[in-house]
Design a protein around this ligand. Sequence first.
Ligand SMILES: Nc1ncnc2c1ncn2[C@@H]1O[C@H](COP(=O)(O)OP(=O)(O)OP(=O)(O)O)[C@@H](O)[C@H]1O
Length: 598
Amino acid sequence: MLIEFKNNFRGYFTFYYKIIGNRIFAYLVLSILVSLLDGIGLAMFMPLFSAMSKDDSVSADDSTMGGLQFITDGIQALGISLNITTVLCVLGLLFTFKGVCKFIQLNFQVDLRYQFIRTVRTLLIENLTKLSYPGFLKLESGRVHNTLTSEVTKVFTSMNFYFLALQNAVMLLTYIGLAFLANAQFAILVAIGGVLSNLLYKKIYTATKQISIKLSANGVKFTSYMIQAIHNFKYLKSTNYFSRYSEKLKDVMHENEVLNKRVGFYNAISLSAKEPMIMIIVAGVIQIQISVIGTSLGAILLSLMFFYRALNFLVIIQNNWQSFVQNTGGMMSVTSTLNDMYDMREEITDVPPPTIQRALKIKDVDFSYGETKILDKINLEMPRNQTIALVGESGSGKTTLANLISGLISPDRGEITIDQVPLNNYDLNAFRSRIGYISQDAVVFNDSIYNNITFWAEPSEENKKRFWEVVELTSLTSFISTQPEKEQTRLGNNGILISGGQKQRISIARELYKKAEILILDEATSALDSETEKIIQENIEKLHGTYTMVIIAHRLSTIKNADIIYLLEKGKVTASGSFDTMLEVSERFKRMVNLQEI
Ligand SMILES: Nc1ncnc2c1ncn2[C@@H]1O[C@H](COP(=O)(O)OP(=O)(O)OP(=O)(O)O)[C@@H](O)[C@H]1O
């Protein structure tokens, strides 16, 4: 889903409406009801004041009620006589009803908040799931991380203040309306006072909005540095680069501090200007009413009360808006990340791919990263249940080729086919769910060994049996038996609590557990000692003929039994054949074998 919004009051409303839907109107109606009840309740004080000066009797045509006379008229029309007791009872009833409405409104607000935050997070996760791999390479990980955590919260906070401002705007309008009914001149003066104070606040909002955008960008920078610090902690620690690296973090923190101080400065202006502004406007209005217009103080008392309250709400709105603006940077960064992800999404069909009957083929494939050609006219065949090996010097394009085979990237030219049908015609997600990928960097989650290998499968008898089978195949049995909590032992962040070789074996076990059709092993056994490597190698050998396998290896001893070996040199396949054939046809391959003294 693509979200766009215009940078104005209506644009923000549309943005929230897109996320929350029609419930936004129910919330508005509740807000109006609460403010109306509050206003009418307040108006009921007037007959009370007049009764105090007229021996307990409440006059039905009290001039202090102005245009709000209909309220007391309405009470009398119901057959209730007006006296202090009935007015007090009506007051009590009105404010109780207002309390009930406020309670419903606040609960509804909490519900909306969670609906909102859930919808935005779900959208982000959905877009992240659909994001193409090349798209992911373009997105900074700090940006994704920051958006999913702090920026979403900022959007939610912005919505909170937007609604508070809106709710208080309803209050303001109600009071202006009531003040207008009580005394029309007051309403005009409120409008003038409001417009004047808004001019000052508009300048503050613009400045705050700019800072908010900068703060969001800085947040991305900080998160990005932090992720890298945690990821590379061991290296930074062992080389004592940490102190130099932490300087970078401190710089970003300092930039943040400067920006936050500026926000604080504008906040201070907006908050401290509140009271004097109200008092000046109120005093000015009273002065104009009495000396210029010649109204008596009694006649304007109710209007003045509404007016004072309206002004209070005006200032509250300005403060709400200031807080809203402070968080608008979050709205912008969430929408831009969402939309960037959407633009770089993977378009896939829903045609399920068949199992390979004959072969997966790569035909005349070219691939470039930017301007740099990485693969040049590659032709390669992976016959069903056979093992192919990709060898070649570092940077020759082996992993890029594996990425093409797994459909992570698409060729610029040429095609990849399953039994003559282009791979892109099929649902690539369904295809990938049949791939087992063991990469150079072992993938380990901070969870139990069981969950790491089964990928959180139900601990049913059948699953447990399969778990122990793959544990045996990957020589992990004795390792697990020495662990304090056996297969329930947790592995720590990125498998920090276990060795590199153990991590690699757990990664292999996960892919074997998966019942994949194609196994891609990219330097899968490189972190293992020769003895463990030999055992796992033998176990992988046992799978020969049951999986279609791609093995990428620098250690040529591990691919001796591959059905077809492809030698890659600078993105081109320069020789192919069985191990023995390769020794005959490729001088380069022969040299590589001799160097490794196989
Ligand atoms: N995301 C990327 N953006 C730009 N260039 C890339 C990217 N990934 C890889 N490359 C470049 O593509 C070339 C081939 O990389 P690849 O990882 O496929 O090589 P390899 O043969 O697997 O190397 P190794 O044996 O060292 O793993 C390299 O020159 C590399 O710098």
